[in-house]
Design a protein around this ligand. Structure first.
Ligand SMILES: Cc1ncc(COP(=O)(O)OP(=O)(O)O)c(N)n1
Ligand SMILES: Cc1ncsc1CCOP(=O)(O)O
Length: 513
């Protein structure tokens, strides 16, 4: 039985300066790779055979199978353990005939149809990908992403009841390996079954590493470790009554717990967001200093990441904060402000989503459309509409299912989904749209609620309703946006102090079946 946990696709092209391939492979073997592939595109057949013989001897010493990329002739010449082929190579059925039944056959797949064909043609495993963008090769088809990968796993494991093994490939590294493992998992609650990938394949995460042995170890440990971050997909209450019961106590818990909320947010809203955080009973800290992220991550109840005034340095810091928060199981609320306004922001949004697990994604329709469809869906940082409320619900559900996280789309009606359960919250007031920063500061309240409530979906619904009700109360008392701001902060801070039943009576929620 081959163990596909950590599959290295090795190639001379991506080595660090001064390091030779055999040495790097030796480190990777010492670090614990479980499968090795030799992928050489630029060398002669004779050189490929020579190299393959050396690599095979090395791999045998660690009992690790050697797969040859693309070249059936080289694989047969050195008697390697198997061959890996892509969609543009010799067809899998012919390769199977040539190599016989005992050798390993791997096939690259990007769609369910390709997986189906690979299984029918006798593949032992499929490489699913590219799952994310990769620097290693120019992709001819777009990355299939977490959602595409899940579809393929589901097909392989469930529909076909097949013994085929699955590994994901493309852009996988230490920062996202856990996300890949857990977010591609398929749960069948009624049968208590879970299907997961059998492993991941990487090129640069190991082959370009300055310390290949320890990076290999770290990748393997991360794969085998329990889940980082919180993915509480089973906690979502199933009906409106249980949801309302659960959200009723959340504002009070924020006040009692006084969680620290680390904000990496935009310059326009820092002051307002800090005041809103204080008003709900949490403690804000605004810091973009990378040197204190480790400490803050250990101390924080939640992290708010807001892309409003993004720059290159802040992007780096945010990526590091994502990594640390996931490691420390600190929930992250991600606000992709202006995601589609420029290529820079669209790319950063993608990079954030690929780099780790975001527990909540909060955006307006334009931002969420950008997450779903890429750049081109919005103008500047202002939102555009995706159509009817039904369209908005579909948008939120689609992203939530794809990213396996809670998604909130703000607007006249706020739509919140965790992919299994969707609610529309109609609390709020149009004056919120006349005060800058009110959208961003909602992120602070969501983060405060997530810090005290494990069930991220309920925490998010509580925050959205709480915010909306405070806005309704404040708007009723004031004359315009100027006087609204202080009154809003007052009302926000008073919700916990009022009777739960009083604030709950104002909650305007509808559950979408
Ligand atoms: C494990 C694994 N999965 C996918 C690939 C990609 O193979 P292919 O589609 O043949 O592309 P090239 O590697 O030839 O560029 C792989 N090599 N390994
Ligand atoms: C060979 C291949 N096939 C699909 S993505 C990929 C390259 C993966 O490289 P990396 O792990 O460095 O992103």
């Amino acid at each position: 039985m081959v163990d596909y946990t950590l599959y290295l696709v090795a190639s001379q092209s991506f080595l660090p300066p001064g390091v030779d391939l055999l040495t790097q492979i030796q480190y990777a073997l010492e670090g614990g790779i479980t499968v090795l592939q030799l992928r050489e595109k630029e060398i002669t057949t004779a050189a490929f055979v020579r190299l393959a013989k050396q690599v095979l001897a090395l791999a045998k010493g660690y009992n690790v199978p050697l797969i040859i990329n693309d070249r059936v002739d080289v694989m047969l010449a050195v008697d390697a353990d198997g061959v890996h082929i892509g969609q543009d190579d010799m067809d899998a059925a012919t390769v199977r005939q040539l190599i016989g039944s005992k050798k390993i056959l791997g096939v690259s797949t990007n769609t369910v149809e390709e997986a189906q064909k690979a299984i029918n043609n006798g593949a032992d495993y499929i490489g699913i990908g590219a799952i994310f963008h990769t620097q290693t090769k120019a992709l001819t088809v777009p990355p299939c992403g977490i959602a595409g990968c899940r579809e393929i796993i589901k097909y392989c494991k469930l529909t076909q009841q097949s013994k085929i093994k699955t590994v994901a490939i493309g852009g996988i590294n230490l920062s996202n390996i856990q996300r890949v493992k857990y977010q591609t998992a398929i749960q069948i609650p009624k049968d208590n079954i879970q299907f997961t990938l059998d492993g991941v394949a990487v090129v640069t995460a190991i082959i370009s590493s300055a310390d290949a042995k320890s990076d290999t170890k770290a990748l393997k440990e991360s794969w085998n470790r329990g889940i980082c971050s919180r993915l509480d997909l089973n906690l979502c209450p199933r009906n409106l009554d249980t949801l309302k019961q659960r959200i009723g106590s959340i504002p009070e818990n924020v006040l009692k717990t006084n969680p620290l909320i680390h904000h990496i947010t935009n310059n326009v809203v820092k002051n307002f967001s800090a005041n809103i955080t204080l008003a709900v009973g949490a403690s804000p800290i605004m810091s973009e200093e990378r040197a204190e992220i480790d400490d803050l991550s250990r101390a924080s109840g939640a992290l708010l990441l807001n892309m409003g005034t993004l720059d290159t340095q802040r992007t780096e810091t945010m990526l590091y904060a994502v990594k640390k928060s996931n490691e420390n199981k600190v929930p992250i609320v991600f606000d992709p402000v202006g995601a589609g306004a420029s290529n820079f922001r669209a790319n950063a949004t993608r990079e954030f989503l690929e780099s780790g697990i975001m527990n909540v994604i909060k955006g307006n329709e334009g931002e969420l459309l950008t997450i779903l469809k890429g750049k081109g869906a919005m103008k500047g940082v202002d939102s555009i509409s995706c159509g009817t409320l039904e369209d908005k619900v579909h948008l939120v559900e689609e992203i939530s299912l794809r990213e396996r996280t809670v998604v909130v789309c703000t607007g006249r009606h706020d739509v919140i989904s965790d992919g299994r359960c969707t609610v529309v919250c109609s609390n709020g007031h149009p004056v919120l749209g006349q005060v800058t920063g009110t959208g961003c500061a909602l992120g602070s309240v969501i983060a405060a609620c997530c810090a005290v409530e494990e069930d991220t979906f309920s925490a998010t619904v509580a925050a959205v309703a709480w915010y909306g009700i405070a806005a309704e109360l404040a708007a009723a008392e004031c004359n315009g946006p100027g006087s609204f701001m202080p009154t809003f902060i007052d009302r926000l801070s008073q919700v916990q102090k009022s009777e739960v039943s009083l604030w709950m009576s104002k909650v305007d929620l509808e559950m979408i079946q």
